[in-house]
Design a protein around this ligand. Structure first.
Ligand code: E4P
Length: 225
């Protein structure tokens, strides 16, 4: 599983890079706007935290494929390794073909159906981002869409990965993991919840208390070897 963090908040990114095995950061225009800082500064600050080897995804906003291509080129001037997010509109699919021709990596975004994902993969997208919670919110089945995209990747031997997105709870993340998503991008709040269980906390507290009663408070293995 490739874990990514879905945020532009620098504190949250710093924390996640420190604690978790994340391989990238994804953003979208809403996430960037929430920071209310110059776009270029947000991108370069994120890159400074995540380093050269992790992925950074940022989205184009143009209404035509030609403008999206120019945006992709401009973002590459700021960050040579940036992965360009393109929505699966008709102009977006055209833009993916153009951007792919230039050897720039692409994440297809705003995916709600398996056919949108298949078309994006054929146009050169490397990551396919279905919006799980937005589907679940309207009586859709986000997990089923993820499973069908994973199946299409498999049967057509596509050079693409599901990047499941838009999560509001841990169960959604777990369901797409079981459904074959190769990667997920998760907001900081839900990411932290992936590790939460009260029995883990009480179990660890019990170990510490039993240890302390014999070896002394705040002593680690290092103190007794
Ligand atoms: C990722 O590609 C999406 O931009 C993001 O996960 C959407 O999440 P939301 O539905 O919580 O806005």
């Amino acid at each position: 599983m490739i874990y990514m963090l879905d945020t532009a908040n620098l504190d949250a990114i710093q924390k996640a890079v420190d604690l978790y095995p994340i391989e990238g950061v994804t953003t979208n225009p809403t996430i960037i706007a929430r920071e209310n800082r110059p776009f270029k500064e947000v991108i370069t600050s994120i890159r400074a935290i995540i380093g050269p080897d992790r992925m950074l995804h940022a989205q184009v906003l143009g209404k035509t494929a030609e403008v999206m291509l120019e945006e992709a080129r401009a973002m590459r001037q700021i960050d040579a390794d940036i992965i360009i997010k393109v929505p699966v509109t008709p102009q977006g699919i055209k833009a993916m073909k153009l951007i792919h021709q230039e050897g720039i990596r692409i994440t297809a975004t705003a995916i709600l159906t398996p056919q949108q994902a298949l078309m994006a993969a054929m146009a050169g997208a490397e990551f396919l981002a279905p919006y799980v919670n937005r589907l679940d919110n309207i009586c859709g089945d986000g997990t089923q869409v993820v499973a069908e995209i994973a199946h299409l990747i498999d049967i057509y031997g596509l050079n693409a990965k599901v990047l499941a997105a838009s999560f509001k709870n841990v169960q959604q993340v777990h369901e797409v993991a079981k459904a074959g998503a190769q990667s997920v991008t998760i907001g900081p709040d839900v990411f932290d919840l992936l590790l939460v269980h009260p029995l883990t906390d009480s179990g660890v507290a019990g170990f510490v208390s039993d240890w302390d009663s014999v070896y002394g408070a705040d002593k680690t293995v290092l103190d007794v070897i």
